[in-house]
Design a binder for this molecule. Structure first.
Ligand code: HEM
Ligand SMILES: *[C@@H]1O[C@H](CO)[C@@H](O)[C@H](O)[C@H]1NC(C)=O
Ligand SMILES: *[C@@H]1O[C@H](CO)[C@@H](O)[C@H](O)[C@H]1NC(C)=O
Ligand SMILES: *[C@@H]1O[C@H](CO)[C@@H](O)[C@H](O)[C@H]1NC(C)=O
Length: 211
């Protein structure tokens, strides 16, 4: 599409620059402010109504086919908290990643944890979907957006090819074939129902295939 920019007076060509919009996953019933990419990648965010001091979020991440989908909670690739996921048959394999270089990011460790939400995690005939409670995933060290941000940029990246070791959450991946950053209006991610939804998450101990 062509957009006329009133400020600079230039014509910009955008390839379907989707604005995140509220989307309710029919299987979990959770509403996310969700970005959808033309490849099938999607990323949705749910947050508590009260932003002050919050460190937690619920995310849904998915795609089509057997490739990987990745998200940067800080926007760019380098030195930000990344989340990487892909399907392995009927299961989803996921991990936190971080890297200082433009290369396959290493598994990241820290205080952050993720716990899957069972009915929001599935593979259907068109997509795979991973939904999880991400605790301590809003960090104050510059690797993620901030709790009181109103419109941070969140990064995404994908490759339609499966990682080389798709059963291993620490597998290396090939470089993305598409990537970008999207402004998220966090007011559309906040909900009074967050505490109800967060209780859907399995205890950490029950995680499988998650690094
Ligand atoms: C071998 C693996 C990877 C390589 C070599 C790589 C390389 C790069 C490079 C060179 C860029 C700068 C833009 C460009 O030149 O294309 C970039 C941007 C980016 N990458 Fe990666 N990357 C890899 C894996 C990943 C993964 C696994 C994720 C997410 C989980 C990721 C997320 C991003 C994001 C969010 C950007 C920024 C996009 C933007 O600012 O528009 N990358 N990457
Ligand atoms: C998803 O599972 C939770 C319990 O874990 C349940 O309370 C909720 O109603 C389920 N969502 C739907 C849409 O059935
Ligand atoms: C929001 O959370 C903060 C920190 O827990 C608390 O001090 C504040 O009273 C809460 N605000 C509302 C409106 O509940
Ligand atoms: C499969 O799940 C995705 C969300 O992950 C949904 O958008 C799509 O409509 C579902 N497809 C079918 C055939 O149910």
């Amino acid at each position: 599409m062509k957009l006329y920019n009133l400020v600079t007076g230039t014509l910009a060509s955008l390839t379907a620059a989707q604005t995140p919009a509220p989307y309710t996953d029919a299987k979990s019933g959770i509403t996310f402010n969700t970005f959808q990419h033309s490849s099938g990648l999607f990323f949705g965010l749910a947050l508590p109504a009260n932003a002050t001091g919050n460190t937690d979020l619920i995310a849904t991440i998915g795609g089509k086919g057997s490739g990987w989908s990745g998200v940067s909670l800080g926007g760019g690739m380098l030195n930000e908290l990344l989340i990487l996921a892909w399907p392995n048959s009927q299961a989803i394999v996921s991990s936190f990643r971080k890297t200082a270089n433009y290369a396959s990011p290493a598994v990241a460790t820290g205080t952050f944890t993720k716990s899957s939400i069972a009915n929001g995690t599935y593979v259907n005939s068109t997509h795979w979907t991973y939904t999880f409670l991400c605790q301590k995933c809003i960090q104050t060290d510059g690797t993620t957006f901030q709790a009181t941000d109103t419109a941070p940029s969140i990064g995404f990246a994908l490759n339609s090819n499966a990682p080389s070791q798709k059963t291993n959450p620490a597998s290396s991946v090939s470089k993305h074939t598409a990537q970008g950053q999207v402004v998220f209006d966090l007011s559309k991610a906040r909900s009074e129902k967050f505490n109800t939804w967060r209780a859907y998450a399995a205890p950490n101990i029950a995680r499988s295939f998650e690094g």
